[in-house]
Every structure is written in C-alpha cells, then in structure tokens.
Design a protein around this ligand. Structure first.
Ligand code: GLN
Length: 392
C-alpha cells in the first residue's frame, strides 16, 4: 500500500514558522507547565494562582452571560470598564483620566504590550528594556521589525540603572519599555529611579511603555507610575490588568491607558489583533475594580504570608533567595548546589524533587546571563507551598 509510515516520516513537512518568530520556539512557561504535569510536580513555574479570585467576580460573569451580554464589545472596551479603569488609574496617575478617550481594553496585558509595540514601531526603531524581561517583549519587537536592546538588572538588588539606560540610547531609540513591579526579580522602581528614567525619556524624546500588572502586589515600599512623573503624562502608555490582582489570569483582561495620540497607536493595532475583548468578562471586571482598598490590603497580606512560607525553605535547600519587594516571584541563585546551569537545575528539581521552577534564560538577550538564577512563583495556597517546602 502506498504511503507507509516510513514514507510519511521521510517527507515530514518542514516548520513554516516565519523568520521573525522562529528563534523563539515554545515559551518556557508552557514548557515547564507541561513538564510539571508529566512529573506530577508542584508547579512553582508559570505564574498562575491555584486558588480562585473573589466570588463576586464569578457571580458577575454568570449574571452578564444570563443577562445576554454575549456579543462583541466595542473595539476600545465596554464603556463601564473604560470608566472604572480610568477612575482606578486616576488615583495612581494623579490626574483625571478620560475613560472613553484614553483607555483601551485588551486581551490581557500581553495583548496590550503587542498592540502598543506593533502600533507604534517602524522597522529599524529601537526599544530599550531592562533584562530579565517578559519573553513577549523581544518577540513583539521582532514582529514589528524593531530591535530590542537590553540593560541588565544585577543581583542582589536588581536596581534600575538609569546611567546604563542612557548609554544605550541611539538616534534610532523610540521606546523605553519598563516593567515595575518587576517580573521576575521582584524589584519595585523607586521615585529616584523613575525620575532618572523620565529625564532620559524627555531629553531624548522617547515614548515609555510601562507594564504594571503587579501594581497591587507590593510587599515592601510602594508602587509608583512613570506616567505620573513630571513631563511623562504625554509620552507614556501605562499597561495594567485584572489577572494578577484578582487571581483570574485565565480571564485575559488588560488595558492600556494613554493620551489620545498614543491611544491611537494602541487601537490601530488592537482592532486587527483581537478587535474586541470578551464581553461578559469585561462586565465582571467592572465589579472587580469596585472592590476597593480593603481587598488590596488583604491581597498583600496574603502574599507576604506566602513569601514568608517559601523563602526559608528555598534557603534551607541550599539556594540563595533575593527577597522580592513586589510581584509573586522570587529569584534565587542556585550555583552553590552544583547542578550546572539553570536549565539543568530545573530539570533536576522537577524530576527528583517534584517541584517545577522557571530557568530564566529566555528572559535575557544572552541566556547565559541568567544561568545561575532560577525563578519560583509563590502565587499558591499555603497548603501547596507547604507541600513544596516538604519536597524541597
Ligand atoms: N506572566 C506569567 C509568568 O511570568 C506567565 C505568562 C505566560 O504564561 N505567558 O509566569
């Protein structure tokens, strides 16, 4: 019979991934979650909570579906959510935000990052970001035909070094992409760091995009917005989301806040990436943003308890943790354990200890820069963390 198995494997089609994306492979988050499942491991890799957010959100989404809110939302977002996001942001930005004109609802912050970069950049433009970075940054720059240049955050404190940032500016630089509170280092940018970055943006006429999805998970100090620093309101796109704050990472609701001339760029791309975002989830997002400050205080207390449960065990296992000021991640140095680079250590850990973590190589321009580090996520129930502690 024609077409035997061996015939088929001999003519296996070659991968058709485009040149821009082929260097990126499968994201490390999917890879480690798959490995965690295969080894029945406690997954402290990909950052998603193993608990549900507030009941009121679940009721709000069910009610929205029952009430017939099941068709396309407006391109820029449900007006009620634009208004709620604007009210919420006004507190951080120190100015009144116009929801209809300045808020664009996206499919999580990951789409907001893509829409901002694809909507703004021309081929040959340069983007500056601190590394380690979220792995979508270089992929989106590649799609836009832009270059990503990185400035390395160094342990133990991972300070944002403005002098190094300024040294990297060239005539092609258009955008500074800043993430604070910073995943994966847990660094929270200080007022002095933000002022120094603002001064550079103004001096070199750069646009800032700030990824602030961990804005409500601050364990030490306080979260400050680059957009609120003097002279920055007109040149900053602030990105926020629902997933981390309300423990609903699967809902994929994020938003971009920017003055109209920058919002135009975000919407130009957003309309062709997703057009609009899940309508019932947007209704529930309005309810979430109405919960208020007591909810955020409890969230932070819970995260301090989770951090305090995990960190001593990481240290006792021979790692050197770099305690985070924000986010639900902790970076540790694993080199004293002698398992080789981060990939080797994480494979050993998941197979022999049944705990999954993230090797941060794909968060660096040169993966070797992060070879001695490993990231653990502590967005898990205390019981889950206690079991991880036992296994470690
Ligand atoms: N932001 C999450 C993390 O850092 C994961 C996002 C994703 O899986 N793409 O773990």
């Amino acid at each position: 019979m024609a077409g035997t198995v061996s015939d088929m494997s001999a003519s296996r089609p070659v991968s058709q991934v485009c040149h821009a994306l082929s260097p990126f492979g499968t994201t490390i988050f999917s890879e480690m979650t798959t490995l965690a499942r295969a080894h029945d491991a406690i997954n402290l890799g990909q950052g998603f909570p193993d608990f549900d957010g507030p009941d009121i959100l679940h009721e709000a989404v069910t009610t929205a579906i029952r009430d017939g809110h099941n068709q396309y939302a407006p391109l820029a977002g449900l007006p009620a959510l634009q208004e709620a996001a604007a009210r919420d942001a006004s507190e951080y930005l120190g100015r009144t935000v116009d929801g209809a004109a300045e808020v664009t609802v996206t499919s999580g912050c990951t789409e907001a990052i893509a829409a901002a970069l694809l909507g703004l950049l021309n081929p040959g433009d340069e983007v500056l970001a601190f590394e380690p970075f979220y792995d979508s940054y270089p992929a989106c720059c590649a799609l836009a035909g832009a270059r990503l240049k990185t400035i390395t955050l160094r342990p133990p404190a991972f300070e944002f070094d403005a002098a190094a940032l300024e040294a990297a500016v060239t005539p092609d630089t258009r955008v500074v992409l800043l993430n604070t509170p910073h995943n994966p280092t847990g660094r929270v940018a200080t007022a002095a760091e933000l002022d120094a970055i603002a001064r550079i943006c103004i001096a070199h006429d750069l646009i800032a995009i700030t990824d602030e999805v961990y804005d409500r998970i601050v364990l030490e100090g306080e979260h400050l917005c680059l957009a609120a620093r003097e002279g920055m309101a007109d040149r900053t796109i602030t990105l926020r989301s629902l997933g981390k704050t309300f423990s609903v990472t699967g809902w994929k609701i994020g938003w971009a806040i920017a003055p109209p001339h920058l919002t135009a760029a975000v919407r130009a791309a957003h309309q062709f990436l997703t057009y609009a975002v899940s309508t019932p989830m947007q209704h529930a997002a309005v309810a979430a943003l109405g919960l208020g400050s007591a909810f955020y205080d409890d969230l932070q207390d819970d995260y301090r308890r989770r951090r305090d449960c995990l960190l001593p065990a990481l240290e006792a296992s021979g790692l050197t943790p770099h305690p985070p000021q924000g986010t639900y991640f902790v970076m540790c140095d694993h080199s004293a354990l002698g398992h080789g680079d981060a990939d080797a250590y994480c494979r050993w850990l998941v197979k022999t200890r049944g705990v999954a973590a993230i090797p941060p190589g794909s968060f660096y321009a040169n993966p070797q820069t992060g070879a001695s580090l490993v990231r653990f996520a502590f967005c898990k129930r205390l019981e889950t963390l206690q079991e991880a502690v036992r296994r470690l």
